[in-house]
Ligand binder design. Structure first.
Ligand code: NAD
Length: 463
């Protein structure tokens, strides 16, 4: 771990499993309570100086980007081994993380004049919170960490970061590497089980929690934050609908819809999690999706031919199996896949499920795996109603040759991001966050940066 700029051995350790084999391949440090206190104290101590020099912080962020670029060949295999994603996708995740640092380094921390007249000059300024607790999940460990670290640091905060116990290694290594370009204590990285996350959210030195993970844990984080009124940003789960309009040729969109659902083995918060297709095009769409699924290459992330790696962990693998079995019991038709691949690791076939609808767990819940249910609809109004009939509200997409019509429909979706004729195009420039139970606040762009600041109104009397 990295605490106060030092490499620290955990008080204990835990095994990290390679999802391609199901075997423990490394041990990660388990952070004790006193070690967490030391990390928090280091972050709080250096905050007073770190917050003073915006230009130094900007320069540091550019250097962080360079550090990542130079370490891609070390970090990418580590990421593939612990997360399962194809090596080429691990490289893309790391390049993205470097790009995020570069982009964030150029953002302005705004100073706005609210009023200037004969009597007063009123300015709205932005102050950092102090110590930020950053907690990340296992699907994109490095990029989601950087979405937090970069804006938090630019705004003048200091950070204690905890990755998921399923994928701690690349994040721990990144924390170590960044010490070359950051003052000691500005970024501390600790690892451990879920309880460590709970300690962080209740820690008296933390002023802001930036959390990415499931809705269930997000609610616990909100409760933990409440007694101390810590600020929270919650980036939570999604059950994101794609609505295919009647004017679309199913074959022409099937490949893009499939990969909008199955990228990262379906383990993307904002992946397509259910597809609504006009009844008259249902069978031809299913056929096209089944064809794409049958061609998708499942395998070890180190095999160059692999497009879809294993599910990241055993509980998630069990959950996928359970949701598909439940759909089968309720009369679903499996048009592609539907079961495990091989007899070791957590490989699951790319799976397309038909004859399901609202009321089936696979449609109602977030599956977070390589399984996509396809639901027929009679009218576009019905499809919109089904898309919105959920507590989730992360993203959604509309597919049509008529962009104006598609945009009108997208505006009716109760979600944080609506895509047209694409899905999963996440950019550093655009705010990303969820409506309803999918989250509170946003990340990325100037809007994400502001989440790491508090407003101070400076009101100066004239004359
Ligand atoms: P999770 O909620 O189980 O864990 C996320 C992190 O929280 C881990 O680091 C975990 O150790 C920690 N944690 C667990 N219990 C905690 C507690 N009581 N207090 C504080 N921290 C605690 O989620 P996961 O299974 O790792 O990730 C998958 C989920 O993340 C999915 O629901 C997915 O949609 C969501 N996700 C959301 C986004 C987004 O930007 N909206 C991005 C990626 C993933």
């Amino acid at each position: 771990m990295t605490i106060a700029g030092e490499a620290i051995v955990g008080s204990d350790q835990f095994g990290v499993i390679n999802p391609a084999t199901g075997e423990v391949f490394a041990n990660a440090p388990e952070c004790s309570r006193p070690q967490l206190d030391a990390a928090m104290e280091a972050a709080a101590g250096v905050f007073e100086s770190w917050k003073l020099d915006e230009s130094a912080r900007r320069t540091a962020l550019v250097k962080c980007s360079a550090v990542i670029k130079n370490a891609i060949s070390d970090l990418a295999p580590m990421l593939t081994r612990e997360q399962g994603k194809p090596l080429s996708r691990a490289v893309i995740e790391l390049k993205g993380a470097a790009k995020w640092f570069d982009y964030t380094a150029r953002l302005e921390i705004p100073r706005e004049v609210a009023l200037d007249n004969d009597y007063v000059h009123v300015e709205v300024r932005r102050r950092p919170h102090g110590v930020v607790a950053a907690i990340t999940p296992w699907n994109y460990p490095v990029s989601l960490a950087v979405w937090k670290i970069a804006p938090a640091l630019l705004a003048g905060n200091t950070v204690v970061l905890k990755p998921s116990p399923f994928t701690p290694l690349a994040t721990l290594k990144l924390g170590q590497l960044l010490q070359d370009v950051l003052p000691a204590g500005v970024l501390n990285v600790v690892s451990g089980c879920d309880e460590l996350g709970a300690w962080m959210t209740k820690h008296p030195l933390v002023r802001k929690i930036s959390f990415t993970g499931s809705v269930a844990t997000g609610k616990l984080v909100a409760v933990a934050a409440a007694p101390d009124l810590k600020r929270v940003t919650l980036e939570l789960g999604g059950n994101d609908p794609a609505i295919v309009l009647p004017d679309v040729d199913p074959v022409s969109v099937a490949t893009r819809v499939f990969w909008g659902a199955l990228e990262n083995c379906g383990q993307v918060c904002s992946a397509i999690k259910r597809v609504y297709v006009p009844a008259e095009k249902y069978e031809s769409f299913l056929e096209a999706m089944a064809h794409v699924a049958s061609k998708a290459r499942v395998g070890d992330g180190f095999d160059e031919a692999t497009q879809i790696g294993p599910v990241n962990n055993e509980p998630q693998f069990q959950r996928i199996t359970e949701l598909v079995d439940d759909a089968r019991r309720h009369g679903a038709r499996i048009v592609a896949g539907g079961g495990r691949v091989g007899n070791h690791g957590y490989f699951y076939q790319p799976t397309v499920v038909a004859d399901v609808g609202d009321g089936t767990r696979l449609v109602d819940e977030e599956q977070f795996g390589p399984v996509i249910p396809v639901v027929p609809y009679e009218s576009v109004e019905d499809a919109i109603a089904c898309a919105n009939a959920t507590h989730f509200g992360l993203s959604g997409s509309v597919w049509s040759s008529d962009v104006t019509r598609a945009t009108e429909i997208a505006e009716q979706l109760e979600c944080g991001t609506a895509w047209i004729n694409q899905h999963l195009n996440v950019l550093p420039h655009a705010p990303f966050g969820g409506a309803k139970w999918s989250g509170i606040g946003v990340e990325n762009g100037p809007w994400g940066l502001l989440g790491f600041t508090e407003i101070q109104t400076v009101n100066v009397a004239k004359g």
